[in-house]
Design a protein around this ligand. Structure first.
Ligand SMILES: NC(=O)c1ccc[n+]([C@@H]2O[C@H](COP(=O)([O-])OP(=O)(O)OC[C@H]3O[C@@H](n4cnc5c(N)ncnc54)[C@H](O)[C@@H]3O)[C@@H](O)[C@H]2O)c1
Length: 377
């Protein structure tokens, strides 16, 4: 069998996770990696056994044998990389957020439509079996009319002013764009409803931070000494909160935080309707709480045979065998490459238009936080 050939751009946290996810598929091989320098790319390639490496991603786009590209770099590079990759005829997976503005995102959607190439904005949270289960339960009408949608996405890795990452200097939004968009994509995906208007409040608790002299990759900046820093002013937010209106009258609230001590990566979503409720938390992804008024509540443990609708197809292991974060990458790239192999196959992953949707929400959040008022999305 001829394998589909993929190149990855970025050698950090996502570079590693996507490499492993692609290798779990069988019909796709990682043939090349691009990093921020030849040396970084080579070190990654040597460690992971990728045959080709380069510090110049544009070189890989000239290679006609490469079918698809994964963009796993800081956000400001998503637009130029995705644009150039589509122009070079490559199918594109782009990490979220798709771009740094709605204008850029819409240009990518137009280019993807013109070229007819497969495109994905990597909102992988959709691919948890219990997330698919929630969606099937909502679609079956078990919750009745959706009234309240609420939740949090909380992390603590940027709690101290000595914590540093490229995200801190990349605006216009940081915490909301980085993790708030995952939450909003999830809430809209599961409920099938859209956030129609919102009122947001962003805050930067650390007005200055101590920036390391050297580069620091994601989640790895905890061990530097004081003489290795320089003090810089910070404009991106540490914390975002918003209330919103949804669909035909539903109401909601959410917070996104990178300064919540003890919360490592807690994405929690609660949905309450006229007949029942649901709660799911990404730190215990195999469990789904089903809330009832006149019967005992249920705690459903992931078991493909007990998941509703098509959710069982997002679980590869039998009940009681945990499936987590890594597995959502496998499930998403598997479906992406099914559509690369068969351009008529059903699209079961988030595409560039879903990425633009989140860019519009970011835009509204920024406008609302500045004007202290409600903004239509
Ligand atoms: N879907 C998810 O769950 C998820 C999780 C984390 C990050 N992300 C997204 O993935 C992207 C990368 O985040 P990360 O956490 O892996 O960051 P990271 O800092 O760990 O890795 C980024 C990598 O990009 C490399 N890079 C920088 N400039 C480059 C260039 N010109 N050419 C090639 N490589 C270059 C850096 O050297 C680094 O290795 C971001 O857009 C982020 O929002 C998504």
């Amino acid at each position: 069998m001829t394998k589909i050939k993929a190149a990855l751009f970025g050698t950090g946290f996502m570079g590693r996770v996507h490499t492993e996810a692609v290798r779990r598929l069988g019909n796709v091989e990682v043939v090349a990696i691009a990093g921020s320098s030849d040396a970084r790319a080579k070190a990654f390639a040597d460690e992971t056994g990728i045959p080709r490496s380069t510090g110049n991603w544009e070189q890989l786009l000239e290679d006609k044998s490469i079918d698809a590209v994964h963009i796993l770099t800081p956000n400001h590079l998503h637009f130029p990389m995705a644009k150039a990759a589509l122009e070079a005829g490559k199918h594109v997976i782009c990490e979220k957020p798709l771009a740094t503005s709605v204008v850029e995102g819409e240009a990518l959607v137009a280019l993807a439509a013109k070229t007819g190439l497969a495109n994905c904005t990597f909102h992988n949270i959709r691919a948890y079996p219990q997330v698919q289960n929630m969606k099937a339960i909502v679609e079956a009408g078990d919750l009745g009319e959706i009234w309240a949608v609420q939740g949090t996405y909380s992390q603590d890795w940027l709690l101290y002013d000595t914590d540093w990452n490229w995200r801190i200097e990349e605006g216009p939004s940081r915490t909301f764009a980085d993790i708030g968009t995952h939450w909003c994509d999830l809430a809209e995906f599961v409920t099938g409803q859209r956030i129609s208007a919102l009122c947001a409040d962003l805050n930067t608790f650390h007005k200055t931070r101590k920036k390391p002299m050297g580069s620091v990759e994601t989640f790895s900046g905890k061990t530097l000494s004081p003489d290795q820093y320089t003090e810089v002013a910070i404009e991106t937010e540490d914390f975002a909160s918003m209330i919103f209106r949804m669909g035909n009258g539903g109401r909601g609230s959410m917070t996104a935080s990178q300064i919540s001590a003890g919360r490592k990566n807690r994405l929690a979503l609660e949905i309450f309707g006229s007949k029942g409720g649901l709660m799911w938390n990404g730190e215990q992804p195999d469990e789904l709480w089903i809330g009832k008024r006149n019967e005992p509540n249920q705690l459903v443990v992931k078991d493909p045979s007990l998941l509703r609708g098509g959710a069982g197809k997002f679980a590869d292991l039998p009940g009681g065998h945990s499936e987590g974060y890594d597995d959502t990458f496998k499930q998403t790239v598997r479906r992406f490459y099914q559509t690369v192999a068969d351009r008529g196959a059903k699209i079961e992953y988030p595409v560039f238009t879903d990425g633009v949707r989140q860019l519009k929400i970011i835009d509204a959040v920024l406008k609302s936080s500045t004007s202290h008022g409600w903004v239509e999305v």
